[in-house]
Design a binder for this molecule. Structure first.
Ligand SMILES: Nc1ncnc2c1ncn2[C@@H]1O[C@H](COP(=O)(O)OP(=O)(O)OP(=O)(O)O)[C@@H](O)[C@H]1O
Ligand SMILES: [Mg+2]
Length: 249
């Protein structure tokens, strides 16, 4: 196989992630109230919502960083609720956090190597070259310290680092945040290309509805921890209520 990614066992068109009536929060504060959503294999699904809607809480509950208090979440037929993060990474669920969280003092290459922590070093070295083909800009900066990169370059690095774990489901928390418009386009174009070529499944949460709906197949809108709208991305992009709330008229 030329692409360097493992083939996924799940055929396109079957549900890879199924979330049913999921609730989660912080101590006694409940932030998610019965969220249900489905992500088919090789689909791009976006979750839209304003500040504080619960987008990050959802990502954290699905990646073992926050306890699930009610409901279920299944990945490829197995429960992922309240499973430790490292186990989920090994099963193929990788979360690129909001705010990128790259290691500022380490080089681009060192950050990428850390992304492959679950895998043999030799394999990771080869895989880095493959992943960098999607981000030529990062390739040019491979020896630079991550802290010296622009916001957009750091986001590329965070995504590339996530890919080094060989995910089957990559979850991205606001990849457009703090990124210049031209870099946003380049990042989202790379995400689409990765899905098309690698058949990778993507769950993206965003406040920038325009750019997310442009690459997504399906979308969900959440408000105060509840799904208030869902549908084909093309239908949501043309929906008047969504245009008013998230696309500036
Ligand atoms: N550590 C925390 N402790 C208590 N409450 C929290 C904590 N983090 C988030 N919340 C609350 O949970 C709710 C959902 O927050 P969350 O961070 O998931 O929203 P978000 O949609 O990701 O927002 P943003 O677009 O600003 O990132 C909010 O009411 C928020 O105040
Ligand atoms: Mg958030």
């Amino acid at each position: 196989m030329a692409n360097g990614f493992e083939p996924t066992a799940t055929a396109p068109g079957t549900a890879l992630l199924t979330v049913d009536q999921l609730s989660a929060g912080y101590g006694k504060i409940r932030a998610l109230h019965g969220i249900s959503l489905t992500v088919q294999a090789a689909q791009i699904v976006c979750v839209l919502g304003a500040n504080g809607a619960g987008k990050t809480t959802l990502m954290r509950a699905l990646s073992g960083l926050l306890p699930v208090s009610e409901g279920t979440a299944c990945f490829d037929g197995q429960s992922i609720a309240n499973v430790p993060t490292e186990t989920l990474v090994r099963r193929g669920i990788v979360h690129v956090p909001q705010g990128r969280m790259v290691f500022a003092q380490l080089s681009v290459r060192e950050n990428l190597v850390l992304g492959g922590f679950t895998r043999p070093a030799r394999e990771v070295r080869e895989h880095i070259d493959h992943v960098l083909d999607y981000f030529p800009r990062l390739k040019e900066r491979i020896g630079s310290r991550a802290g010296t990169l622009s916001g957009g370059e750091q986001q590329m690095l965070a995504i590339a680092r996530g890919l080094l774990a060989k995910p089957r489901l990559l979850m991205l928390d606001e990849p457009s945040m703090g990124v210049a418009p031209i870099m946003k386009d380049s990042i989202f174009a790379a995400l689409r290309e990765i899905r098309d070529r690698e058949r990778l499944t993507l769950l993206i949460v965003e406040q920038d509805a325009d750019i997310a709906l442009d690459i997504a197949d399906e979308g969900y809108v959440i408000e105060t921890g509840r799904v208030v709208m869902q549908g084909l991305a093309s239908a949501l992009a043309g929906n008047e209520d969504i245009r008013r709330a998230y696309l500036g008229g």
